[in-house]
Design a protein around this ligand. Structure first.
Ligand SMILES: Nc1ncnc2c1ncn2[C@@H]1O[C@H](COP(=O)(O)OP(=O)(O)OP(=O)(O)O)[C@@H](O)[C@H]1O
Ligand SMILES: [Mg+2]
Length: 234
């Protein structure tokens, strides 16, 4: 049974259809990557899975349950977390406060949750009293990831986690994502840096104009000449 199974999903805004029947699967503990041109509907897909954009047809199953149209609150309670591309941290709060905000729906003590994130990201423990607005782009992404992990997700949805970062910092952020995935958390990530992302992906999907164009293992997609020419710049 897949952790996430998206079947023939249709979604859009008002009467506008953006996704025309998309299929995606993520197994437990897998790292899956969605790539594709601007405007393909990648962010819309992630938002429809997370209940932020309404679906117009098809089905989303998460952990074996039909969660089509479920609210983000319900999905978080079931083990899904989402890191949007922009405004994914609270810049006027400290690192520790950002992490605490991530768990505001969680009952029980926060200390073990904070400790778990600090174990994964020791730099955040050293900076726990620093304002996030004073931190670098890479450090902010670390905060955004750690904040999402405060709800103990089984699946983390990431929308372009390396957008706007230098190549060096991008490699660091990919390193954090791998570490999260190696801790057993499934990841479904949208990425513009297709080659780098597919290199660490168990599974890859190319989305174009709201439809699946290619899918396979990350290695399959990188080795596919037609796909490389059309979507990876040769
Ligand atoms: N809130 C909205 N209302 C209406 N149309 C929208 C809205 N958000 C996105 N769209 C449209 O949906 C289409 C797909 O957008 P989406 O953001 O999902 O693409 P994307 O693949 O994530 O692109 P990018 O690579 O630029 O992030 C675009 O034509 C966009 O203009
Ligand atoms: Mg997008």
């Amino acid at each position: 049974m897949s952790l996430l199974a998206v079947e023939d999903l249709r979604a859009g805004y008002g009467d506008t259809v953006i996704l025309h029947g998309v299929d995606i699967e993520v197994e437990a503990g897998e790292l899956a990557v969605i790539v594709g041109p601007n405007g393909a509907g990648k962010s819309t897909l992630i938002k429809a899975i997370f209940g932020v954009v309404s679906t117009q047809g098809g089905r989303v199953r998460f952990g074996g349950d039909d969660t089509t149209g479920a609210s983000p609150e319900r999905l978080v309670a079931r083990g899904m977390a989402y890191v949007p591309q922009e405004r994914n941290v609270f810049p006027t709060l400290t690192v520790a406060e950002n992490l605490e905000m991530g768990a505001f729906t969680t009952r029980g003590p926060l200390a073990p949750l904070l400790d778990a994130q600090y174990a994964l990201f020791p730099e955040l423990e050293r900076r726990r009293r620093q304002l996030v607005g004073e931190m670098s782009g890479g450090q902010r992404q670390m905060v955004a990831l750690a904040r999402a992990l405060m709800t103990k997700p089984k699946l983390l949805l990431l929308d372009e986690p390396t957008a706007g970062l230098s190549p060096k910092v991008m490699a660091q952020v990919f390193g954090y994502i791998r570490a999260i995935n190696q801790a057993g958390i499934g990841v479904l990530m949208v990425e513009q840096n297709a080659r780098l992302a597919l290199q660490i992906a168990d599974r890859g999907y190319v989305l174009a104009a709201g439809r699946n164009r290619f899918s396979g293992t990350g290695a399959d997609l990188l080795a596919n000449r037609q796909m490389a020419e059309a979507f990876l710049g040769g």
